[in-house]
Design a protein around this ligand. Structure first.
Ligand code: NDP
Length: 274
C-alpha cells in the first residue's frame, strides 16, 4: 500500500523510468495526479510504464514518453525541450538512471570502465540538472538524486560506482545551497538492496540475481530486501510540500543495511563457516 500524496498540476521528469525504481516512481507520481515524463533508452519499456501511469492517473493524464540516452547531451536537450513543449513547465526532476558495474583497478580496461561509469552515474546528472535549472526556477521546483549505500560504504570491485554516487551526494549538497536562492530544493534518496533488474543489466543471470537478493533476506536487519515502491515512497515524500524545509540532505531507505553493517556481518558469518 503506497503513501498518498497530491501532485495535481505538477510536471515530473524521471530518468531511468522504464524499469525498477524509476518505473515505480513514475506510476506513484501519476497515481498522485502528476503529469509524468518517462525516459530511458528502451522505448518498449517506456510504453509499458506509460500504460500503467494512465491506468492509475486520477484525471487520465497520459505520460510523455521520450526515448533518450542520459550520456548523450543532444538527447538530454531534446528530453527537456519536449517536456516543456508538451507540458509547458517542469516542477520536479528525479535523476534516477544509473547502473552498477563490477570493475577492478587491476583490470586492463579499468580506466575505460571508470570513464563510462562516471559518464552514466555522475556526469549525466550534472548535465541534466544544469539544463533544467532555468525551468525549475520558474516553478520553485525540486530535484531528487538517486544515490546508493555504495556512497556510504565501499562495495568490493565497484570503486567507480561508489565514487560516482559519493560525488553525486556532494553535488546534491552544493546544489541545495546554490539553488536555494532560486527556491529550488535538492535532496537525495540513498537506497540499499532493492530487487530490480539492476543485476540483469550487469549481465548477471536471473537465477544468480534471485540468489543474490534472497541471500540478504536474513542478513538485513528488517528481514527483507527492498522493493522499488519502498524507494518511490521516499522520493515522493522529499518532492512533496510536506518536505518544504528539507534541503541538501538524504533519506536512506536501506532496511538498516548500513546501520547493521550487512557486508561485514556477511563476511564474519562466512569466516565462521555459517
Ligand atoms: P534498473 O536497471 O531497473 O533501472 C535503471 C534504469 O536506468 C533503466 O530503466 C535503464 O533503462 C536506465 N538507464 C541505464 N543506462 C541509461 C542510459 N545510458 N540512458 C538512459 N537511461 C539509462 O535498476 P534500479 O531501478 O535498481 O536503478 C535505479 C537507480 O537506483 C540507479 O541509479 C541505481 O544506481 C540506484 N540504486 C539501485 C539499488 C538497487 O539495489 N537496485 C541500490 C542503490 C541504488 P534503459 O536500459 O532502457 O536505458
Amino acid at each position: 500500500m503506497s503513501v498518498k500524496y497530491d501532485f495535481t498540476g505538477r510536471v515530473v521528469l524521471i530518468t531511468g523510468s522504464g524499469s525498477g525504481i524509476g518505473a515505480a516512481t513514475a506510476v506513484h507520481f501519476a497515481q498522485s495526479g502528476a503529469s509524468v515524463v518517462v525516459t530511458g533508452r528502451r522505448a518498449d519499456k517506456l510504453t509499458e510504464v506509460a500504460k500503467e501511469c494512465l491506468k492509475v492517473s486520477p484525471k487520465g493524464i497520459k505520460a510523455l514518453e521520450v526515448a533518450a540516452d542520459v550520456t548523450n547531451k543532444d538527447d538530454m536537450r531534446r528530453l527537456v525541450d519536449q517536456t516543456i513543449k508538451h507540458f509547458g513547465k517542469l516542477d520536479i526532476l528525479v535523476n534516477n538512471a544509473g547502473a552498477i558495474h563490477n570493475t577492478k583497478p587491476i583490470d586492463k580496461d579499468f580506466y575505460e570502465n571508470y570513464e563510462k561509469i562516471m559518464a552514466l552515474n555522475l556526469n549525466s546528472v550534472v548535465y541534466l540538472t544544469h539544463i533544467c535549472i532555468e525551468y525549475l526556477e520558474k516553478t520553485k521546483g525540486n530535484i531528487i538524486n538517486i544515490s546508493s549505500i555504495g556512497a556510504k560504504i565501499a562495495y568490493l570491485d565497484m570503486t567507480p560506482y561508489c565514487m560516482a554516487k559519493c560525488a553525486m551526494d556532494m553535488f546534491t549538497k552544493c546544489m541545495a545551497s546554490e539553488l536555494a536562492t532560486k527556491r529550488i530544493r535538492t535532496n537525495s534518496v540513498v537506497p540499499g538492496m532493492v530487487r530490480t533488474d539492476c543485476l540483469l543489466a550487469m549481465g548477471v543471470s536471473q537465477t544468480d540475481s534471485d540468489k543474490h537478493f534472497e541471500s540478504y533476506t536474513n542478513l538485513l536487519p528488517v528481514g527483507r530486501y527492498g522493493q522499488p515502491q519502498d524507494i518511490a515512497d521516499s522520493i515522493l515524500y522529499l518532492a512533496s510540500d510536506h518536505a518544504q524545509y528539507i534541503n541538501g540532505t538524504f533519506i536512506m531507505p536501506d532496511g538498516g543495511a548500513v546501520a547493521g553493517n550487512v557486508f561485514l556481518s556477511d563476511l564474519l558469518a562466512k569466516s565462521f563457516g555459517e
